[in-house]
Design a protein around this ligand. Structure first.
Ligand code: BG6
Length: 493
């Protein structure tokens, strides 16, 4: 049994991220008895509000019985305060200490605060979860360090993108947060690393002989990583316009997926070994070029019912911010040299799908002309599944050859398993001090190195995104772009 007294402070407790993701994830862990037995959650935000108003806000996205929700909020409290005044953080510390004292009475933990060698027992864990805008990341980390931090307890700082706007601003952020928290105390969240199908890639690759042996340039023609959302930036145009689709999902989520798909076998499953392998891949990717990029921005839907990106009041009328990007990335290692990784990310398109397609090379025999390539398809969302597109003889008396598929649909096969919310999975890792699914500073720096020159060109207006109607498949030329780099557009999946 875990004996730690755990306190989870959620900064930005009245904001969107906390309400939509952090509190529902904490609730899911609580409900499934996955939080350490002695846990307190402290919400912190600027809004002055009574406990019941905090509960109302923080529970607005939790779907469960009132009884269970009430039970959860018994371990939660709220402190209001600024993100810059020391005295507010001192009040927060007192609240945390009060909670720790209360938890101690729940059960006798240790008779002494020291072990037999006189070393202090680090039996307290404090998680500082920053569900905050990036503008206050540094000041909050500073104020925690000055007023809340206790070197005799375990301190974990959880922080989520955006980690800067480019390589330089990211370095500034890393360096300044690094003045207050060590790398081993920092957990940089990329929620894609908490997704079931992303976590599964390492297993699929290294626990299956047949995949492992063909996972290279001799057998694979190209790899496509596609992210599609059927909705635009409605409601968050102001945020999105400073970032664009590349900073929003490509530099982080899709680059992380790519690094796991392309990495060499890590020495072990230790966090540092996995992250070494991923960072090594990123180090071998040259910057993405304008010539190998296609950008788009959505306009009103053809039937006129859905707004264009520029119709958003919070977006400037002449914005060149891309909401669609397709690009080719190259991994310059012996394993991958010459294999294009075709990345596509799109908002306001025809469907919701995040999928990886690994397209194998054409078969070398001449027995069956004009057959399609094998593909291994890993669908990350919405329906977790793995397909292996396989050529078979059509059943019957003809000798016709058709493309069929070996399929593993998670929700049909693993009917007893619940696919966890990525935020819940990652919170559990933070509590258990497992860094495997968090982004290390060198990975982040490399990922920014790859995209910063392209982003600079876009920001300088060197390229205008092509228009595409809301709900369409993207700008004209998207399929041609794909085809040019080797990936054909499959029609039958
Ligand atoms: C976020 C982006 O990081 O990821 C959003 O800011 C995007 O724009 C979201 O919609 C996608 O996450 P998911 O889990 O819905 O695929």
């Amino acid at each position: 049994e875990k004996q730690d007294l755990t306190t989870i402070v959620v900064f930005g407790a009245s904001g969107d991220l906390a309400k939509k993701k952090t509190f529902p994830a904490l609730f899911q862990l609580f409900k499934n008895n996955l939080l350490p037995k002695h846990t307190r959650v402290v919400g912190y935000a600027r809004t002055v509000m009574e406990h019941q108003d905090f509960v109302k806000k923080a529970s607005s996205f939790i779907k469960d019985s009132q009884e269970k929700i009430d039970e959860f909020f018994k371990i939660c409290s709220y402190v209001n305060g600024s993100y810059s005044q020391s005295e507010d953080f001192v009040r927060l510390r007192l609240k945390i200490e009060q909670g720790e004292a209360d938890m101690k009475t729940e059960k006798v933990f240790y008779t002494s605060e020291k072990d037999i060698c006189g070393r202090i027992i680090k039996n307290k864990l404090r998680v500082y979860y920053m569900a905050l805008p990036p503008s206050v990341f540094i000041s909050v980390s500073e104020k925690i360090k000055e007023n809340v931090y206790d070197a005799n307890v375990i301190n974990h700082l959880v922080i989520e993108k955006p980690f800067g706007l480019d390589r330089e601003s990211c370095k500034y952020l890393i360096d300044n947060i690094g003045k207050n928290f060590t790398e081993s105390e920092v957990f940089r969240t990329d929620h894609y690393l908490g997704k079931e199908m992303v976590k599964n890639i390492i297993v699929l690759r290294f626990a299956n002989k047949f995949y492992e042996s063909v996972w290279n340039k001799d057998h694979i023609d190209n790899i496509q990583i596609t992210f599609k959302e059927p909705f635009g930036t409605e409601g968050r145009g102001g945020y999105f316009d400073q970032y664009g689709i590349i900073r929003d999902v490509v530099q982080n989520h899709l680059a992380q997926v790519l690094s796991i798909l392309a990495m060499e076998c890590p020495k072990s499953l230790d966090a540092e070994d996995i992250r070494d392998s991923k960072a090594e891949v990123l180090r071998h990717i040259p910057p993405v070029t304008l010539d190998e990029t296609l950008l788009g921005q959505y306009v009103k839907s053809t039937d006129g019912t859905k707004p264009g990106y520029l119709d958003d009041e919070t977006v400037s009328k002449d914005s060149n911010t891309p909401t669609y990007a397709s690009m080719v990335m190259h991994v310059d290692t012996d394993r991958w040299r010459g294999v294009p990784f075709i990345i596509k990310a799109a908002k306001a398109v025809e469907t919701a799908k995040v999928v990886v397609r690994i397209q194998f090379k054409d078969v070398s025999t001449n027995l069956f002309p004009n057959i399609s390539r094998n593909e291994l398809v890993i669908q990350i969302s919405p329906k977790e599944s793995i397909y292996l597109k396989t050529v078979v003889k059509e059943p019957g008396l003809s000798n016709k050859i058709i493309m069929s598929s070996l399929e593993l649909e998670y929700r049909d096969v693993f009917t007893k398993n619940i696919i966890p919310d990525p935020y819940a999975a990652l919170l559990l890792d933070v509590i258990g001090n497992d860094h495997s699914n968090f982004v290390r500073e060198d990975e982040l720096d490399e990922a920014w190195r790859i995209f910063t020159p392209l982003l600079n060109s876009i920001d300088q207006g060197k390229i205008k995104p092509l228009p595409y109607p809301y709900g369409s498949r993207g700008p004209e030329g998207g399929d041609k772009f794909n085809a040019k780099f080797g990936g054909y557009v499959p029609t039958n999946l």
